[in-house]
Design a protein around this ligand. Structure first.
Ligand code: PGA
Length: 461
């Protein structure tokens, strides 16, 4: 049984305060922490930050720590940690404030995850197995990692407007091989960026992706294609982008120069212009790149004579948050073109009501699950079920500047998510998730199945 719950303030991957919880049972102590990254404006999730604004640039979480140590601990003492639903309900019942404002989503999630870890230990099963039991399924599928290789947007100090370019090693045979493919490609990309833009362009952004000073999506995709080619993985890797378009939507237009020191004032795009850009990227625009170091001279010659025969297409299969968070109309217009997986981030805010609307209106066809926008493990599982019932893709996600908690790795396996997004093969808070998946795959042995090419549909199985 639970004997006490103690919380403390720790620092996350951006050096910002986050809540860590130590849940004591009569047998052991189980620790969990939840990412502090805030929810988009208008989200159901409330902030965990202190009312007292003087400390830690108004980011401290001492109020949430106090509530856990006093109220939450008292309510949970004596409960069986295997009863996740009851525990989560007890936490929710304590918070009478609108949008879970009193305890705050992230603090709530840390308690809920600590209880989940304790429940698995009490049952003497691995965490992913306990989660699969909570979901009501037996599962042993390893997700495809969406590995960040280039950062931009508000996550990088370059001029690239979009937040992330990711690689999906769908052609690997195992999760271990997927990480090998991802890591090799990442390091080749570093060399290519170094050769082209110099060493100061090899700095990394908030998710561990490189931040070369490029300014367009296709420039970024060309670099990644070159890295894939140099690594020898042509045809085995798909590409994904997270546009995070809410960050550069001004009024109803998209400012692709939002990070330029001097703006041409010519690059404001309408939502329809953005649809055109995405459509071209997904369906066959010639890519500008030719890697003269690796293309055979004969092929190069043929390309010069018959260029139309050798147009290269980006294997872009997934676009996250292509429009502003409240632009349901254009999200629908783009999704119904069925050009790729369209992932709802700010559009959904992992909020069941927004997901229901998106399912009904078909404004996207995949969920990025950010558990700290939901509040508890039970609610996160419900949201995954909601997405699966709609035959959507499910991408379990970290938060930028996450903590070193690896819970989402077990969640992705336990909930058979099919996809996990945890940043680059770099930065401790990203690797803690990927490394946990390597351990899980090893433990599952021949029972473990890497979803590979079934990365979109495995969520429905
Ligand atoms: P965020 O970014 O945690 O800053 O919202 C991560 C993502 O959008 O996937």
């Amino acid at each position: 049984v639970i004997t006490s719950v103690r919380a403390r303030q720790i620092l996350d991957g951006r050096g910002e305060p986050a809540v860590e919880v130590a849940l004591h049972t009569n047998k052991a102590v189980h620790r969990a922490s939840a990412a502090a990254a805030d929810a988009p404006e208008g989200a159901a999730a409330s902030s965990t930050r202190d009312a007292e604004k003087r400390k830690l640039l108004a980011r401290a979480v001492a109020d949430a720590v106090r509530v856990i140590n006093d109220k939450v601990s008292e309510a949970l003492v004596g409960m069986d940690p295997q009863q996740q639903a009851q525990i989560d309900q007890a936490i929710i019942d304590l918070d009478k404030a609108h949008h879970k404002a009193e305890i705050g989503m992230k603090a709530m999630l840390a308690v809920s995850i600590a209880a989940c870890k304790a429940g698995a230990a009490e049952k003497e099963v691995p965490l992913y197995k306990h989660i699969a039991d909570l979901v009501g399924k037996s599962t042993s599928t390893l997700p495809v990692p969406a590995i960040t290789v280039i950062n931009g947007g508000t996550h990088g100090g370059n001029r690239l407007p979009i937040q992330e370019i990711m690689i999906l090693p769908v052609g690997a045979k195992s999760f271990e091989e997927a990480m090998q493919v991802g890591s090799e490609t990442y390091h080749h990309l570093k060399d290519i960026i170094l050769e082209k833009y110099g060493s100061d362009s090899c700095n990394i952004g908030d998710d561990g992706g490189f931040t070369p000073n490029i300014s367009s999506i296709s420039e970024g995709l060309d670099l990644v294609i070159a890295a894939i080619d140099r690594a020898g993985y042509n045809g085995r890797i798909k590409l994904a982008i997270d546009v995070a378009a809410t960050d550069f939507c001004i009024g109803k237009k998209y400012d692709l120069e939002f990070k330029f020191a001097e703006k041409s004032r010519q690059d404001f795009k309408t939502a329809d212009d953005m649809i055109e850009i995405y459509s071209q990227l997904c369906s066959g625009m010639t890519c500008a790149w030719i890697d003269i170091f690796s293309v055979h001279i004969l092929i190069l010659f043929m390309m010069l004579i018959f260029p139309f025969l050798y147009t290269l297409e980006y294997p872009l299969v997934s676009i996250e948050q292509p429009f502003d968070k409240d632009d349901w109309e254009h999200s629908k217009k783009f999704t119904t073109l069925e050009l790729c997986q369209v992932v709802g981030d700010d559009l959904l805010m992992s909020d069941p009501e927004r997901i229901m609307r998106a399912v009904n209106e078909y404004t996207c066809n995949a969920l990025v699950l950010k558990a700290n926008q939901v509040g508890t493990v039970t609610e996160a599982i419900e949201v995954v079920k909601q997405a699966k019932d709609a035959h959507w893709g499910v991408m379990v996600s970290h938060r930028s500047g996450d903590t070193d908690d690896s819970f989402i790795a077990d969640l992705a396996v336990g909930a058979a998510a099919g996809q996990i997004k945890a940043g680059a093969p770099c930065r401790g808070e990203c690797l803690t998730k990927y490394n946990q998946l390597l351990r899980i795959e090893e433990e599952l042995g021949s029972d473990g199945v890497y979803v590979g090419e079934n990365w979109r549909t495995s969520a429905g199985t």
